[in-house]
Design a protein around this ligand. Structure first.
Ligand SMILES: [Zn+2]
Length: 187
């Protein structure tokens, strides 16, 4: 469905921004692509820390089940061997947990350093994505806009926004919902 552009009042060159980005026949120039693209999804924990926590869990479970079993360590009477046999896996789990916590703490502090950046959380990113999905582009005028009722049933059509201002404009629209009292979907 084509929507009338607020600048040229025609609909023949308007297209949803996400479709314009996918259109390989009329590919957008790289600077425009960059301005119109969604920022990448933020991650709440680093993949490295998650992998370490998963390994910790695995070693912990295997270590505990080894402790519970009545295995006497192959009959060896050597105390060090007995200790290693019984608690080795749990020790590995503890070391992995320590490294995982360190990696996670470093990731968090780097995130705090980038506080000015938005969106930071996955929830914020989703809000931005909702706005972004509704945006339209007029190829003729090189402007973006939102049709009436795009975000809410009663929302008016937006003015035409130059593509250069697209990231700031969509971010500002998405952040409007951050104010308390805004409708929140509950589960
Ligand atoms: Zn236009």
């Amino acid at each position: 469905m084509n929507v009338t552009c607020p600048t040229c009042a025609a609909a023949d060159e308007t297209v949803a921004v996400r479709e314009a980005l996918l259109d390989s026949e009329r590919a957008l120039d790289p600077p425009t692509r960059e301005l119109l693209s969604m920022p990448s999804e933020p991650r709440s924990a680093s993949g490295c820390a998650i992998a370490l926590f998963v390994l910790t869990g695995l070693f912990g479970v295997v270590g505990l089940s080894a402790l519970r079993s009545d295995d006497d360590g192959g009959g060896s009477s050597d105390a060090a061997y007995q200790f290693g046999h019984r608690y080795g896996l749990l020790l590995v789990a503890a070391v992995l947990l320590g490294i995982g916590l360190l990696v996670h703490a470093r990731h968090r502090s780097r995130q705090r350093a980038a506080t000015a950046q938005w969106p930071r959380t996955y929830e914020q990113w989703q809000r931005l994505h909702q706005v972004w999905r509704q945006t339209r582009l007029c190829r003729r005028c090189h402007v973006a806009f939102l049709p009436a009722a795009a975000l809410r049933p009663d929302s008016a059509a937006s003015a035409a926004i130059p593509v250069a201002q697209f990231p700031q404009w969509t971010t500002a629209l998405a952040r409007q919902d951050e104010h308390p009292g805004a409708p929140v979907t509950s589960d």
